[in-house]
Design a protein around this ligand. Structure first.
Ligand SMILES: C[S@@+](CC[C@H](N)C(=O)[O-])C[C@H]1O[C@@H](n2cnc3c(N)ncnc32)[C@H](O)[C@@H]1O
Length: 239
């Protein structure tokens, strides 16, 4: 039976052919029919679940999407900020070619210790350097010395510095390269006016900044907690 399609045009021409609502049943279907989570990531997820911050880690379908994206783009110089226990780090590094290198930064060594254990098990330490540091400081230094040299950036750290991460990220990317930012739908709170806390306001500000930014092409994907993909344009007038 065909789904009951809505009328093709609404009064004010808002799109009616919207993204499907993912309830628990549909989410389980998606996981069961498309996710191929490697054993190492399943083990890492189990270990991470012991910590009350476990929800900070990427969900498996997002990790798998990043692996595929990296395989498609074949970036050679990669930076990640916000490693936590390493789910995203391993997902990204798994898609990298042998010649690529990745710098993965987190401010807490205890998280990097866990990430390094699983990176070693996955035989990915030759491609990934983890660094315990303030990501903002590292990005500022790199923006001076290595501007326009990164092929892929993944931003998943504190929200307070989000706008700085975005502008420094743009400086670090070579034209034509890609930055991916996690949590851009912020548990749905961005669209709920009753939320006016600092972090929600910053995520809204970032979304509006990227939306207006003619230096980049973008797509905001309603996957996980919202993932925004940005490509630094090669000519300033690109759509
Ligand atoms: C949402 S978690 C990252 C989740 C991770 N990408 C994953 O898939 O498991 C955010 C991480 O950013 C780190 N972080 C927060 N502020 C930071 C900063 N200024 N510099 C470096 N790391 C930071 C936190 O310690 C935390 O581990």
């Amino acid at each position: 039976m065909l789904p009951n399609f809505p009328k093709p045009v609404s009064e004010d021409n808002r799109p009616v052919n919207r993204t499907v609502k993912v309830d628990d049943r549909l989410y389980d279907y998606l996981i069961d029919h498309s996710v191929r989570e490697p054993q190492i990531l399943e083990d890492l997820r189990r270990e991470t679940a012991q910590y009350h911050m476990a929800r900070m880690a990427l969900s498996p379908e997002v990790g798998q999407f990043l692996t595929l994206l990296v395989k498609l783009l074949n970036p050679q110089k990669v930076m990640e900020i916000g490693v936590f226990t390493g789910y995203s780090t391993i997902s990204i590094a798994s898609g990298l070619s042998a010649s690529a290198s990745m710098l993965a930064i987190d401010k807490k060594q205890m998280w990097l210790d866990i990430a390094n254990k699983y990176l070693a098990q996955a035989d990915l330490l030759a491609k990934v350097d983890t660094l315990c540091a303030n990501a903002l400081q590292v990005m500022q230094e790199k923006a001076q010395q290595e501007s326009e040299s990164f092929d892929f950036l993944f931003i998943d750290a504190d929200k307070a510095n989000l706008l700085n991460y975005y502008s420094l990220g743009k400086k670090l990317l070579r034209p034509g390269a890609c930055m991916v930012i996690d949590n851009t739908l912020w548990w749905g709170n961005v669209a709920d006016e009753s939320f006016d806390d600092k972090d929600t306001k910053i995520v809204r500000q970032l979304n509006d900044t990227i939306h207006r930014d003619t230096d980049v092409s973008l797509s905001q994907l309603p996957i996980g907690d919202g993932l925004t993909l940005v490509r630094k344009n090669t000519i300033s007038s690109e759509p």
